[in-house]
Ligand binder design. Structure first.
Ligand code: NAP
Ligand code: MG
Length: 498
């Protein structure tokens, strides 16, 4: 029986899904794991076990890959025409829309995020599928003029079987970011959700089946990084791995790809993004935005502006306001729609608390927060939003990705100083600048080493806009046309006309 906050009820379909035995989804069948092992997925709001999840090991990955290969060769590309692929993806989006309340609840239970934010995620995932459903019929090659009597054209073909490995912070959305373009391009998929948040991906399999995708086109294998994720990245018959997660694991994925079959690799990795506020900015808009770009999703989002730089004349005013707003954020079980839910796991809680200790030890100024929540919230992994002031960019808490509700803030004096400090990081995922001076804003955008720059805004996304990391934040960009390149390969065809 799931423990629920007073007055909260779940959809019957959510309860029914949680009550049944979970299986792996391979070749269109629900299958028990080969070695018979299971692991629990927890509700981070109260540490309750929500379900026992099958742990896929190497024989299961072999089976999932064989099912995907069989589907690719016999039932998917080029047998199923692009327009039909598009229809199937749209159908999946329709079914997700129908089951929106269930998907939201599963996401909140498994990850901890507020239900209204989970809704935003599910709607975002649906949009993503619809956007790439449109692409399925528009993947074209080119003709290339060359010397002599020759015709040269290119074909854009799917890669074949792709392994998709995703993190726990936006479980369904991350699945959609990968499945949607991979399917639109005609690939077959083996998806591994994060061990902390497998439920929405498993539920999605029901909808994939109901939509009518041929068996084996999408396979979902659950389990931890090792052995499940590792078996994917080392597999000899997977053509590409698309990975979203930490930079540390991203390196392991590349190594595994290099030492197995040189499968293609694309990586969306960590970040420590600078959010730079000039004194001439619209400070009212900034302070509301900075609150969310510091603490959204309880700080567990790769793009968050976890390094704030504020021009000195407005620094004190800004900090006072941010502190006041942070202290007013409501914290609680995601099902009750607080501002912030828990962090995802005990491991993540320990990691963030450790960084808070490190920050204090290295002399950062603790402006607010810094502690685990107590009382009614002590069963879950809840933390108070935390702000550190500092003047030294080499501190560990300024350089390393914490991935929790912790933001570091520092004053600056000159635009050139802001740019060089913004770039003083091995990451390059995103950056933002706030100013009314358009020249200053665009100069900053050009000088910043990041895959995405926001001017007078934060965390703006659209499926049509490429998103990827510079420096150690990744390789390749997802979304927009860029993802079509990630999930296809080009073939040049020469015709000798003589
Ligand atoms: P993570 O620890 O790197 O894990 C990501 C995924 O990789 C999980 O499914 C994980 O499995 C799996 N994995 C772990 N070790 C593996 C191995 N040796 N071989 C193959 N797979 C392995 O990251 P996380 O803690 O889940 O997520 C947080 C990180 O993701 C942050 O660094 C964040 O910045 C990044 N992120 C980046 C983006 C982006 O678009 N750039 C978006 C979201 C998140 P298990 O965890 O199940 O063991
Ligand atoms: Mg969970």
């Amino acid at each position: 029986m799931i423990q629920l906050p007073t007055g909260i009820q779940l959809q019957e379909k959510t309860l029914a899904f949680l009550a049944k035995t979970q299986h792996l989804f391979m070749g269109g069948e629900w299958t028990a794991p080969a070695e018979g092992q299971y692991f629990p997925t927890l509700n981070p709001a109260n540490a309750e076990v929500l379900a026992e999840i099958p742990l896929a090991t190497s024989p299961d990955i072999d089976q999932a890959v064989a099912a995907a290969r069989h589907a690719f060769q016999n039932h998917w590309h080029p047998k199923i025409k692009p327009a039909k692929r598009s229809q199937l993806i749209h159908k999946l989006a329709d079914l997700m829309q129908r089951d929106l309340p269930i998907l939201m609840e599963l996401e909140t239970l498994d990850n901890g995020k507020p239900l209204n934010k989970a809704k935003y995620d599910v709607l975002g995932a649906i949009n993503h599928f619809r956007y790439y459903a449109g692409w399925a019929t528009k993947i074209e090659g080119t003709t290339i003029p060359v010397d002599g009597h020759k015709l040269v054209y290119t074909l854009r073909e799917p890669l074949g079987v792709v392994g998709l490995i995703i993190p726990w912070n936006f479980p369904l959305m991350m699945a959609a970011w990968k499945l949607a373009p991979a399917l639109a391009c005609g690939n077959c998929c083996v998806l591994k959700p994060a061990e902390q948040t497998p439920l929405s991906a498993l539920y999605l399999c029901n909808l994939i089946q109901e939509a009518g995708f041929p068996a084996g086109v999408v396979n979902v294998v659950t389990g931890p990084g090792v052995p499940t994720g590792e078996a994917i990245s080392q597999h000899m018959d997977i053509d590409k791995v698309s990975f979203t997660g930490s930079t540390v694991v991203g390196r392991k994925i590349m190594t595994a790809a290099a030492s197995s079959n040189l499968k293609k690799v694309s990586l969306e990795l960590g970040g420590k993004s600078p959010n730079v506020i000039f004194a001439d900015a619209d400070l009212k808009a900034v302070s509301q935005s900075a609150l969310w770009s510091s603490f959204y999703n309880t700080g567990q989002e790769c793009t968050l502006g976890s390094r704030l730089y504020v021009e000195r004349p407005v620094y004190e005013e800004f900090i006072t306001k941010l502190k006041e707003q942070a202290e007013q954020l409501s914290i609680g079980n995601g099902l009750t729609n607080p501002d912030l839910g828990p962090v995802v796991s005990q491991k993540q809680l320990d990691r963030v608390l450790n960084y808070i200790q490190v920050g204090q030890n290295e002399g950062a100024e603790l402006i607010t927060g810094g502690e685990r929540c107590t009382g009614a919230l002590s069963d879950g992994y809840f933390l108070h939003p935390t702000i550190f002031g500092h003047t030294n960019d080499d501190l560990q808490v300024v350089q390393e990705e914490i991935f929790g509700p912790v933001v570091v803030v520092s004053p600056f004096d000159k635009p050139e100083e802001a740019i060089s400090r913004a770039n003083h990081t091995r990451y390059g995922l995103a950056a933002a600048v706030w100013t009314q001076d358009i020249s200053k804003a665009h100069r900053f955008a050009q000088a910043t080493q990041a895959g995405t720059v926001w001017i007078n805004g934060y965390d703006l996304f659209d499926p049509a806009v490429p998103f990827g990391g510079h420096k150690e934040s990744g390789i390749g960009a997802e979304m927009g046309r860029s993802a079509i390149d990630l999930y296809t390969q080009e073939k040049s065809v020469w015709v000798n006309l003589k």
